[in-house]
Design a protein around this ligand. Sequence first.
Ligand SMILES: [Zn+2]
Length: 425
Amino acid sequence: MYLYNRKVRESASIPSGSRESGFGGLAATVVAPHPRTGEPCRADERRIRPITEPAPHELVNIAPRYLADPSRPKQLHRAAYEAYLRMKVAAEADGIPANLLTITSGYRSVAHQQRLWAEALRKYGSPQAARRWVAPPGGSPHHTGRAIDLWLGTRNSSDNIAALRATLPYKWLVCNASRFGFFPYAHEPWHWEFNPEGFVAPSTRPATARTPTPSRVPRPSVPSTQAVPRAAAPGARALRENLRRLALQEGQRWGQGQLKEHDPRMRPVLQDYWLTGVKWIPSTPRWWSQVPWSAAFISWLMRKAGAGNAFKYSSAHATYIKAAKDNRLANNENPFKAYRINELRPEVGDLVCKSRAGSGANYENIRRGLATHCDVVVEVQPGRLSTIGGNVDNSVSSTPVRTDANGYINQPGYFAVIKVGEPSR
Ligand SMILES: [Zn+2]
């Protein structure tokens, strides 16, 4: 049973009478029964205003597995895509099949909308008739890259609304999407807009400002014209201290290695390592134990610690080790530089890296594809380091590393120390 309430509410001035671009200032609420309990869930429209196209660097390609038609590449605003990925993982965890809630439409350029508009004019004869089905160029929230059309399992069409509203994924969206920053458009059950409280389109902010991630919404509302000041990037000392504190905190979260990756209670934590750390998540069945996640963990630590754009985030340690080696050779301003273990004494907050699975990785040959592993140094004592890493013993665990009388690593397998230093100028 579907109720559909139109709430009269003030909203920003918007073009009236255009599909997907609002309804003359009226915001609507959609209602659907909870998929399990049958209790009514409500979701309010929060239409995106103003409609602005994102800068090219704010657009990201959607991975094929999330496309309803993988042969037709599509893009989204990075923030919307990250939120979508979190939402998709949660939906699948709630039993929504992976082939549903895939994306049928995302970012559309104004030029593309011009083609759709021309087609609609031909088909429906007049602008008045055409705009019932297609937003005029410039008016579609799809221009922002933050509107998504989703595949609910049945035809997305205005003559199929009742069937769409009866689908499980639609009910799930009404009950859950707002948690991820997505809001409905009452007339099109497939159309959802990423517009969390306080979202400021990055194109209206300084180019250096951080993109908000859904885990931090809702946030206090900030007028879109107001610049969001960027927190100063932490210096090397603060960054190392953050890394130490976060690594210890995660060790605690995993019960000092007692909680394991297959434990369903740890799944949201692992999801966060992937999605925050490297901005994707494997689609492999039982991904939590099938795909090594230690580099995703390090990437997560770096992002949380405030490494910003300096760190080469990757699901493979070799990638960022190689980048840090290149930084060292170039003697550039990047604070992450890799040294041989006999060149540098590790300090708290540095990464120590070893070869893995007999890959034979060493400082001289390090490159993408060689199996390696790095941990964060959390304590330095005479003769030993204490380190913490992810995917160690199927958990986040501590590993001791032997050092010699001068404080250099003296344990087989280790070959590099990634120094978290001040950028050299
Ligand atoms: Zn749409």
